[in-house]
Design a protein around this ligand. Structure first.
Ligand code: TMP
Length: 234
C-alpha cells in the first residue's frame, strides 16, 4: 500500500491517504509532547514501539469483539487503518486517581476509586482540550446523544478488556485516553492505545511504564516503552 497525500499531522502521528479511499496509513513519530505541547521532545524509536504496542492491543480488542479502525501492521512505523470521521472528543477512563484528577480533587496519586470514571474533553489544542459534559456535547453538536451513549458503553467495555489484558502481563491499567470515529453511521475505536495514552504501572513495584516518565523527567523512558512492547508481544 503506497502513501499518497499527507492529510493530517498531529503531535505523535501522521495520516496519509492511499490508493484505497477507505484506507489510510497511520505513521507513528518519535515526537513527544506534554502539558498541551508546552513541553516537547523525542523518545528514541517511540514510533516503532507504539506502532507495535497499538497493533497488538487493537488485535486483542478485535478478538474480544470490539471494532476498531485497525486493519493491519504494515512496517515498523506504519499501520493501515480504516478512514473514519473523528469525533472531536477525548474520552478518559480512570481506574485509580492520577494526573489531572489528583490536581482537580486534591487526591493522592494512586488513590482508590470505588468504580471506574469517565470524562470527555473537547479535542481542541488551541483551547488545551477543555473538559466538557454531555450537555456541552449536545449543545455544540460534538456528537449525538446516541453516539455519546455508544461511546460511553464502548469505553467502559474497552477498560474491562484492557485491564485484564495488562494484568495478565503484570501491569495495572491506571487510566487511558481514547478517541472514536464515525464510519458508515456507526462508532468505532480510532487513534491509538499506547504508553503515550495510558498510565501503566508495573504490578508489585509500581514502576511507571508510560509517558509520565517523559512528563516528569523520570528517566529510562525508552526502556519503559520497550518493556511494554516486550510484554505485549511475548
Ligand atoms: P490526565 O490525568 O492528564 O487527565 O490524563 C489521563 C490519561 O489520558 C492519561 O493516561 C494520559 C492520557 N492523555 C492523553 O493521552 N492525551 C492527553 O492530551 C491528555 C491530557 C491525557
Amino acid at each position: 500500500m503506497q502513501k499518497l497525500d499527507k492529510i493530517y499531522e498531529g503531535k505523535a502521528k501522521i495520516l496519509y491517504t492511499t490508493e484505497d479511499p477507505a484506507s489510510l496509513i497511520q505513521y507513528f513519530k518519535d515526537d513527544a509532547t506534554a502539558f498541551n505541547a508546552q513541553k516537547r521532545g523525542t523518545i528514541a524509536e517511540k514510533g516503532i514501539m507504539n506502532n507495535g504496542i497499538a497493533s497488538k492491543i487493537f488485535e486483542h480488542l478485535k478478538a474480544k469483539g470490539i471494532e476498531t479502525h485497525f486493519v493491519q501492521w504494515l512496517n515498523d512505523r506504519e499501520m493501515l487503518v480504516k478512514r473514519v470521521e473523528i469525533v472531536p472528543l477525548e474520552v478518559i477512563v480512570r481506574n485509580r486517581a492520577a494526573g489531572s484528577l489528583c490536581r482537580l480533587l486534591g487526591l493522592a496519586e494512586g488513590a482508590n476509586l470505588s468504580c471506574p470514571t469517565l470524562e470527555f474533553c473537547y479535542k481542541n489544542d488551541a483551547l488545551g482540550d477543555p473538559q466538557v459534559n454531555e450537555y456541552h456535547i449536545r449543545a455544540l453538536n460534538f456528537a449525538t446523544d446516541d453516539e455519546v451513549k455508544k461511546i460511553t458503553a464502548l469505553a467502559f467495555k474497552i477498560n474491562e478488556v484492557l485491564k485484564k489484558f495488562f494484568l495478565d502481563l503484570k501491569i495495572e491499567l491506571i487510566d487511558f485516553k481514547i478517541e472514536f470515529g464515525r464510519i458508515n453511521n456507526h462508532i468505532i475505536l480510532a487513534d491509538e492505545i499506547s504508553p503515550d495514552t495510558c498510565r501503566l504501572w508495573e504490578v508489585g513495584t509500581g514502576n511507571k511504564l508510560d509517558k509520565d516518565r517523559f512528563r516528569r523527567d523520570l528517566g529510562n523512558i525508552e526502556e519503559a516503552y520497550q518493556e511494554v512492547l516486550r510484554r505485549v508481544t511475548q
